[in-house]
Design a protein around this ligand. Sequence first.
Ligand SMILES: Cc1cc2nc3c(=O)[nH]c(=O)nc-3n(C[C@H](O)[C@H](O)[C@H](O)COP(=O)(O)OP(=O)(O)OC[C@H]3O[C@@H](n4cnc5c(N)ncnc54)[C@H](O)[C@@H]3O)c2cc1C
Length: 308
Amino acid sequence: MKNETPSADPSISDLLKNRTHPLLSYEFFPPKSEKGMNALQEAIEGLLTTSPDFVTVTYGAGGSTRNLTFEIAALLRRFQYGPVMPHLTCVGNSSEELNHIADQIHAGGYRNIMTLRGDPPQGQEHFETAEGGLDCARDLALLLKARHQDFCLGIAAYPEGHPESRGEAADMDYLKSKVDAGASFITTQLFLENHHYYRFVERCEKAGIDIPILPGIMPALSLAQIKRITTMCGSTLPNALAEKLNAAGGDAEAAMNSGILWCTEQIIDLLKHGVPGIHLYILNQIRPAMAYQLAQTFIEMTGKGVQP
Ligand SMILES: Cc1cc2nc3c(=O)[nH]c(=O)nc-3n(C[C@H](O)[C@H](O)[C@H](O)COP(=O)(O)OP(=O)(O)OC[C@H]3O[C@@H](n4cnc5c(N)ncnc54)[C@H](O)[C@@H]3O)c2cc1C
């Protein structure tokens, strides 16, 4: 590899400020098998023409896929996907190691980081603070901003509450402290009914949180998949969606179509409400991303423009 200094990504904060349309972002994750890697490669190649405004790559629980996170981020950069935002968590690293990782990310030209506490590694029930490490995303935000002031930080929030929530009021106070620590935008946990998002945005406004809040949307691919995920993250699985997925019986294709149609309707409604963007948990597949294209086509055909 040539020893060139990579150019610095623009900050997502600037993209949000200067947007002329709602931003579209995709989230990729590091796969655990060769088959998964091939599927990811296919998705990366296939989705380029859909021109997302930025893309993100998750950081494996317990840092298990850390190197892969950065390899995939580098691959996305080579494909010229626009700003690539690696996720970073507190799990398993001391503050000194986190500073070192922050330097590597910065040197790689990345300027945007999804800043997280992280989930415990597999087999571990509760989050454990690493020796000399950090125990929450707010402190990671403080560390990253102190290390490189030009980092633009995204943070996570939970419209239906985090499984470890200490109550709505405590959540909001804590979220505000993450924003005050230097975050520039929020991406939400997945929700399958938009009223959860609208209510959450209202509560944030009342609490004086005025950074953009990107709704995180995940298509259900099967009843078993969405049940597993919603149970894990605490989001509600609406009966109407469960029934549609159930009605597909063993027809995987029909179930996927129902899930994608459901999230297309969510996106249409969100875009009509003037959201700053849509963050799609695309599960390393091409078809889920089509929900956004379908939603846009629907809006154009019905003649209702979307304001940024
Ligand atoms: C958009 C998005 C991307 C994600 N990407 C990844 C990833 O790449 N890798 C990964 O491992 N996980 C990822 N996760 C999952 C995330 O790591 C878990 O949800 C984790 O359990 C919490 O991380 P956090 O950054 O939200 O934690 P924190 O913000 O530190 O806290 C989570 C919750 O705990 C409570 N809490 C914490 N501290 C306080 C306090 N002082 N006072 C009151 N309440 C408090 C609040 O309810 C808060 O919402 C992602 C989640 C989202 C929504």
